[in-house]
Design a protein around this ligand. Sequence first.
Ligand SMILES: Cc1ncc(COP(=O)(O)O)c(C=O)c1O
Length: 395
Amino acid sequence: MFETLPAPKLDGIIALMQAFADDPRAEKVDLGVGVYRDEYGRTPVMRAVKAAEARILEAQDSKSYLSLAGDRAFLEAMETLLLGGSVPGARVAAVGTPGGTAAVRQICELIKRARPEATIWVSAQTWPNHLPLIAAAGMQSRPYRYLDRESGALDREGFFADLEQMAAGDVVLLHGCCHNPTGVDLSLQDWAETAALIERRGMVPFVDMAYQGFGVSLDADAGGLRHLAARLPEVLVAASCSKNFGLYRERVGLAMAVVEPGLRDTLAGTLAGLNRQSFAFPPDHGGRVVSTILGDTALRHGWQGELDAMRIRVAENRRALAEAIRAETGSDRFGFIAAQNGMFSLLPLAPAEVETLRDKHAIYMLGDGRVNMAGLNAETIDVTARAIAEVLQAR
Ligand SMILES: Cc1ncc(COP(=O)(O)O)c(C=O)c1O
């Protein structure tokens, strides 16, 4: 049966992780994998998560099935965190999913059921997994312009011109904040213009929120989503708690549809049905950790402090790397790094230059120049800046 099965292509990130692990050089620097790292390169369990887990361990008296949508307390807490009261609860249908990845997939499946002929538009550079997830649901995707490689900022003209080309009923996938891989976010003004354009042309926005709290603040990072939800009749959302709660391997996320109140129950039932036919019940533990933290004043306060510290560390690394490259090169070409949000930036380096950084300097980043700013620390910032300057000089 399997003789004709093509050998799977090795995922670029997984291959890079393997190459890094196999590299014997002590000075190696990992800027590849997309998880938060502290200054020692660790991804620790957050203290608020440990405390919530202790409470759950003590109090939980059953592991029986919950509903197909998952734990109600988790969904309500996340609705508030994401939407901040911008729309009445009667407009919101949501189900738990195994991480943000499955949330993206379930929303694509939902679109397929409602409008299989729709195109899902994605930013030209996007999280690499968006494309296979859309294709796996049997939907077609097309790119819209987003990053201006010269300035490292939004290509506003290209972005809005491409939005104008989309057909009514098409879906626009937008990153809620901390765009992966570019680090370029829409300003509130951009979000307002986007909402007005989407309203005028009749598309449906689909917001992927994987880094709430890593950009500016929990509320500011959700500002664009809240604006869309308050203004437009339909908004789709895929959210992940992997990064902001550090719950990566617990697989916790949710798929949400904000619709007119009369459609809410249909959407809730359809999303639950989609869960049923793929994994049935979403994992519970991570969601319960999240609702325990968000539902307790002290735990929530502690969690926000830990999240703030992660965000500040990444922002500080951005500022320091931009400054160090400026000092090494005498140019502000990489100054955009300091102005962007979240863990990722796309460095304007050719694939051969990325290879030189890896082979000669033991600095690992993705082939397209994506770096994870959390992978840097006080020691490696200068080393990295010097290596980048050397590579640029050889141009
Ligand atoms: C833009 C984006 N969406 C969704 C996800 C999914 O995250 P997870 O499935 O680990 O919750 C990620 C993770 O890297 C991401 O960067």
